[in-house]
Design a protein around this ligand. Sequence first.
Ligand SMILES: O=C1O[C@H](COP(=O)(O)O)[C@@H](O)[C@H](O)[C@H]1O
Length: 206
Amino acid sequence: MDNVTIVENCNDAAIADWLAARLGDALSASTGPVTITVPGGSTPFPIIEALLAHDLDWTRLVVWPGDDRVVPEDHAASNTGRLRDLFEPAGAEVVTLTEMEAVPRFSLAWLGMGTDGHIASLFPNTDPRVDDPRRIVRLTPDPLPPEAPFDRISLTMPALLASDALLFVIRGEEKRAIFEQALVGKHDFPVARLLGAAKQPVTCFT
Ligand SMILES: O=C1O[C@H](COP(=O)(O)O)[C@@H](O)[C@H](O)[C@H]1O
């Protein structure tokens, strides 16, 4: 796919630099808010810590979790709670996902990926579609991931695709192989469906 760039062996600081440059450009291009979506799990948080060391106008940044576990925000598994703890002291706004929200277009949709090919909380068992009329869904993964055995709330494929750019950060050989197989149509996991429909630039840091 011509729109996909894979950058290998990139450390967290270098990814944070890339994000700061991209967000800086978006902030300079307008005087209004810049809205992004950010993954949960374990991978993004050290990158976000490094990102927040950059000198940007964080008060104009609006952060949407791409997905969350259906737990209170003060639960250790809450993506939203962890994002709030990092971004809010810098002055950024963090949105709580609910099924009622109207979803904006994102300057950047940053995603992780599971070894089952799930993105956000769009797990294979939920058969996520690029033409889903909904923008946010509640769902139950099956099987439940042992490290986070909770119901989920998630942006849908069309909500993620309504973005100027897509960013993946995936760590480990197993995930790298699944991502590359998705690019060449070797499976139909959620990541493959998203990449198959993406027209915007996609950057994948491994
Ligand atoms: O459950 C989730 O897992 C994926 C991957 O997380 P990681 O720990 O392997 O980085 C993540 O992208 C998603 O947002 C999260 O809720």
